[in-house]
Design a protein around this ligand. Structure first.
Ligand SMILES: [Zn+2]
Length: 257
């Protein structure tokens, strides 16, 4: 708690936003507004441009990988997820083996979501979460076309993160950047609205609406990761190593003390 009263820490807080953070936030806001205006004005966007946008917006995942690079197993898992997502959208565009490739995208997208939720909510990764991750991934891969399966799991996970963010707003700690957490939460909510409205693969505006989901979801995960341990080095873009808990316990919430 001494940290909060430390004037040096307060000064440092104003230097929290790195160039990449500002670029990511401004780009996301401009992109969301631009697509919203296009949709509101009912402008017809040709399919080729929409297909390019749905593929190119995966680049929004790159800063997330950079921020997590110190924890390579996590960064590479997320990178594989991005590759599967590109493959899945390419398979939809070319109508090639969609029913084999899309399940991998759905499984890894949910795996990414749960992994980030765990590192946000817990101090260290509790061991029990690993079998839960395996089980959820298998369930999401098999029941990829049953919407309620991943809707319920991702809904519960998002609710847990939202509760944690609200708790942190009430009880702030120097070990968690609340501004980044709130930006992450708002981007996640905004992305979900576009995700729920993108409709079917064959719908007229599916690709352009879904491209906003890419920008928002990667942005949300990025700011969630950036909120972790600003007290270690506030100037550091890459987040400190994320560890596994050694003790047999449910897990220590980040952060009690
Ligand atoms: Zn997608």
């Amino acid at each position: 708690m001494d940290f909060i009263n430390d004037s040096k820490y307060e000064i440092k807080l104003t230097q929290t936003f790195k160039t990449l953070d500002i670029f990511k936030l401004v780009f996301a806001i401009v992109y969301i507004m631009l697509i919203s205006i296009i949709m509101y004005a009912e402008v017809e966007v040709n399919k080729v441009l929409q297909d390019w946008l749905i593929i190119l917006t995966h680049a929004a995942g790159a800063p997330l990988i950079i921020a997590l690079w110190k924890t390579q197993w996590l960064a590479i898992t997320l990178l594989i997820g991005i590759v599967f997502s590109v493959a899945s959208h390419a398979s939809i565009i070319f109508d090639w083996n969609v029913d084999k490739i899309e399940p991998m995208d759905i499984a890894f997208a949910n795996l990414t979501l749960v992994l980030i939720a765990i590192v946000v909510i817990f101090d260290k990764i509790p061991e029990w979460t690993i079998p839960v991750l395996f089980t959820l991934t298998v369930l999401n891969t098999i029941f990829w076309d049953v919407v309620w399966v991943y809707s319920i799991t991702s809904g519960i996970i998002n609710l847990c993160v939202a509760v944690y963010v609200c708790y942190r707003l009430c009880v702030p700690t120097p070990r968690r950047n609340v501004t980044f957490m709130v930006i992450g939460l708002l981007m996640g909510i905004c992305g979900t609205v576009f995700f729920l409205r993108d409709g079917h693969h064959s719908d007229k505006n599916y690709a352009i609406l879904h491209s906003v989901w890419h920008i928002c979801s990667y942005g949300s995960l990025y700011f969630a990761v950036r909120s972790i341990r600003p007290d270690v080095d506030i100037q550091e873009l890459r987040r400190p190593r994320i560890e596994f808990a050694r003790k047999l316990e449910f897990g220590k919430f980040a952060y009690k003390d």
